[in-house]
Design a protein around this ligand. Structure first.
Ligand SMILES: Cc1cc2nc3c(=O)[nH]c(=O)nc-3n(C[C@H](O)[C@H](O)[C@H](O)COP(=O)(O)O)c2cc1C
Length: 319
């Protein structure tokens, strides 16, 4: 089984990816949080920083683009090509209201004819510049019945890999991933399919494996942020558990992310905001962390934040 780290806007940027990759079982692939090119296809400095080869030295990284304009998408892809990337991932899954209202991300799924024309143009353009396309999709905007026709469109294009998160846009992250829809995707897709959605433990992975014996790749987001040792557990590479060593690794990982943000971001407030977002998941690595999470959430200075984090590492048992 191959394991991919899901793109998570605001969290899995290069600082996080590198720290994760250093301390835990490396993922087989990492995807950048979506890069959103301007109308003329230019990428923001922040986005360029996230894909710079020197910021991703050991990382098998696939840049992801969020766009519904073929020209802008291709211009951005060309920039990525110049930085050495050979594959680009198209985001057809972002459920955010503002993104969907502009007909991007999962919002693009409401316009199958436009999507078809867009795919035709970008596939032609990508071939010219020598790049491959992978797609990360939800199964519709409002209704899973949209997925059959969408799969017919995808099947017409030379997509290298199709990552399916079987929820519709209006679900956001509620309800359960729809396994029937995923089964349809696996059946209809001429290219390899990757499952994404709610894998948080060996049990949840095994359930998916039992239902889809031919599946050989999964993407994991929140489960991995909540428990960075998860891939070791899933890959069954971990012998007996060494709680002391895990705690040490988690602490070193936290320190690396924290120092990384302190170096590149201006203002402690911004750094604390980022760290709190990471902790909203990471606290689940510990047992009974609710009160401690409140303390982290309330921290207004580096001193308060560091004290709250120390308390977590000193007081709490790992899950
Ligand atoms: C805070 C947050 C940010 C996300 N950012 C992105 C993104 O930039 N690109 C993308 O394709 N998906 C994004 N996703 C969706 C995840 O990649 C993934 O599809 C989703 O969380 C379901 O997988 P999971 O249940 O393993 O977390 C985001 C999800 C969350 C919760």
């Amino acid at each position: 089984m191959k394991f991919y780290m899901a793109p998570m806007e605001g969290i899995t940027g290069y600082i996080y990816r590198n720290a994760y990759h250093k301390y835990f079982l490396p993922a087989d692939k990492y995807f950048t949080p979506f890069l959103s090119p301007a109308q003329n296809g230019e990428l923001r400095t922040r986005d360029i920083n996230d894909i710079l080869p020197e910021n991703n030295r050991e990382i098998p990284l696939i840049p992801q683009l969020l766009s519904n304009r073929a020209e802008a998408f291709l211009k951005a892809a060309e920039t990525l090509r110049q930085y050495g990337y050979q594959e680009v991932n198209l985001n057809l899954g972002c459920p955010s209201g503002t993104v969907a209202a502009k007909g991007k991300g999962a919002g693009f799924l409401s316009f199958p004819q436009e999507l078809d024309r867009f795919l035709e143009k970008i596939c032609r353009g990508l071939e010219t510049i020598g790049m491959e396309l992978s797609v990360k999709t939800r199964v519709g905007r409002k209704d899973k019945e949209e997925f059959g026709p969408l799969m017919e469109i995808y099947a017409r294009y030379p997509i290298k890999e199709l990552i399916i998160h079987p929820r519709v846009q209006k679900d956001f992250y509620k309800n359960s991933p729809d396994r029937e829809c995923f089964a349809l995707g696996m059946k209809k897709s001429p290219c390899p399919v990757c499952y994404n959605g709610d894998i948080v433990s060996l049990d949840s992975l095994n359930e998916i494996r039992r239902q889809f014996p031919g599946l050989d790749r999964v993407m994991i987001g929140r489960g991995l942020l909540a428990y960075p040792m998860l891939l070791e557990q899933l890959a069954e590479e971990r012998g007996s558990r060494d709680e002391k060593a895990d705690r040490k690794r988690l602490r070193a990982f936290h320190e690396e992310v924290y120092q990384g943000y302190l170096e590149i971001m201006s203002g402690d407030r911004n750094v604390l905001f980022k760290m709190k977002e990471m902790w909203s998941y990471l606290i689940q690595s510990f047992q009974e962390g609710t009160a401690y999470m409140k303390m982290i959430g309330k921290a207004k200075s580096r001193g308060e934040y560091e004290a709250a984090v120390s308390a977590v590492f000193c007081d709490l048992d790992l899950r």
